[in-house]
Design a protein around this ligand. Structure first.
Ligand code: AIR
Length: 207
């Protein structure tokens, strides 16, 4: 199979990073990959959750952000760029990733499950980008695990990824707890207003 120069450059970059002796605190902790940039709207939730939890995006390995926790984002197509998929999965651990979030759509959404197989034992959180992708993402054979969320739930995928990471970092546990406290506050506040204003007024004030 011929490979485009752009894909070859990415593969070379990933392999070089795997061999580089970088400070682990300066490499991305979470890898976010998707089968196509047409998945970006759905995958935006993962970006949102990671950002909300204080993760910064690495766009240049030589110039990492100051934030202690970070993520990287790539398009990797299991079917259009199978060699990039292999390079990504094979280098993930050596490049310092602790967990991968992978989303793909269509009926052949193979990026999450193939990444889980290649990057094993690194945990992979799979996101079926569409409803019709669910079976493809979660349907792994015994012995080849993947963690997966419901169709489109990329925000939750990022929370799950941070939960996995948090086992080794108490400060992440605190951030997750603070996030959950805010969530409870929001429900409590809306419930208090709905009750206190009555349904008609609440609806009117909300719209
Ligand atoms: N896809 C891309 N390569 C392999 C697969 N399965 C998925 C993408 C996207 C869908 O195919 O994850 O959800 C359609 O991609 P596109 O690029 O045609 O919009």
């Amino acid at each position: 199979m011929t490979r485009s120069q752009a894909v070859q450059d990415l593969i070379d970059l990933l392999r070089a990073e795997a061999d580089a002796e970088r400070d682990p605190a300066a490499t991305p902790d979470v890898g976010v990959i998707m089968g196509s940039d047409s998945d970006l709207d759905v995958m935006e939730g993962a970006h949102e959750a990671l950002t909300e939890l204080g993760f910064a995006e690495v766009t240049d390995y030589d110039d990492p952000p100051e934030a202690r926790f970070s993520f990287e984002t790539y398009v990797v197509s299991a079917h259009r760029t199978p060699e990039l998929l292999y390079a990504y999965g094979e280098t993930a651990r050596d490049r310092g990733l602790d967990v991968i979030i992978a989303g793909a759509g269509g009926k052949s959404a193979d990026l999450p499950n193939m990444t889980a197989s290649i990057a094993y034992p690194l945990p992979v959180v799979g996101i079926p980008v569409q409803e019709k992708s669910v079976d493809s993402v979660v349907g792994m054979p015994t012995g080849a695990p993947i963690v997966a969320v419901d169709a489109g739930k990329s925000f939750n995928a990022a929370l799950s990824a941070v939960q996995i990471l948090a086992r080794g970092y108490p400060e992440l546990e605190e951030r997750l707890e603070a996030y959950h406290d805010d969530l409870q506050d929001d429900v409590g506040e809306v419930s208090r207003r709905l009750h206190g204003e009555g349904t008609d007024n609440f609806r009117e004030n909300r719209d």
